[in-house]
Write a protein that binds this ligand. Structure first.
Ligand code: S3P
Length: 166
C-alpha cells in the first residue's frame, strides 16, 4: 500500500498523514521535508535563492525516489500534482487521496504558518483569500484526478482506513 496525500496548503496532509501512518503502523514521509534535507535549505529559501522552477524539478525527482517502500503514506506539497505529470505518475504508483477543503478553512490554517510558505508569505488576509480561490480553481483539474477524495474539514483518525482496503 502506497498512499499519496494531495491537497491545497493548509488542508492537513502532513498532520493527518502522520496520525494515519501511526494508526496503521506504516511509514510516513513528507516531500517538502525531504526536499529541505536534500537542498539543506528551507522551502522559503529554495524559492528565494533558487526559484520555483528549481523547486519543482527537485520535487518531481524526490517524489520519484519514493518507490523503494511498499507501505507508506506520502504527504505531498500543495503543488506536487500539478507539475511534470506527477499526478499520472502517482496514480500509477499507488493510491492518491485528495484532502478537499473550502477556501475559508484553508485560510485559517495557512494564516497560522504563513511564514513557512513562500507563495503566500507576503500576502495580507484579503490578498490571501483571493489567491486561495484562484489557485484552487487552477489546481482543481489536477486534484480531481486523485483516486479518492475526502472532506479535509471532517477528518479523524479512522478516515483513511475507512476508505482504503488494506
Ligand atoms: C506549495 C505548497 C507547499 C510547498 C511549497 C509550494 C504549493 O507545501 O510545497 O511552499 O505550491 O502549494 P504544503 O502544501 O505542505 O504547504
Amino acid at each position: 500500500m502506497r498512499i499519496f496525500l494531495l491537497g491545497f496548503m493548509g488542508s492537513g496532509k502532513s498532520r493527518w498523514g502522520k496520525i494515519w501512518a501511526d494508526e496503521l503502523h506504516i511509514d510516513f514521509c513528507d516531500i517538502d521535508a525531504l526536499i529541505e534535507k536534500k537542498e539543506q535549505l528551507s522551502v522559503v529559501d529554495i524559492f528565494e535563492k533558487k526559484g520555483e522552477d528549481h523547486f519543482r524539478i527537485i520535487e518531481a525527482s524526490i517524489l520519484r525516489e519514493q518507490t523503494g517502500k511498499e507501505d507508506i503514506i506520502i504527504a505531498c506539497g500543495g503543488g506536487s500534482p500539478c507539475f511534470y505529470n506527477n499526478i499520472q505518475w502517482m496514480n500509477e504508483q499507488g493510491t492518491t487521496v485528495y484532502l478537499q477543503a473550502k477556501p475559508d478553512f484553508l485560510l485559517k490554517n495557512i494564516m497560522d504558518e504563513k511564514e513557512k510558505r513562500p507563495m503566500v508569505k507576503n500576502l495580507n488576509e484579503a490578498e490571501l483569500i483571493f489567491f486561495i480561490e484562484q489557485k484552487l480553481k487552477e489546481r482543481e483539474p489536477f486534484y480531481s484526478q486523485a483516486s479518492l477524495r475526502v472532506n479535509a474539514e471532517e477528518l479523524d483518525v479512522n478516515s483513511l482506513s475507512s476508505i482504503i482496503t488494506l
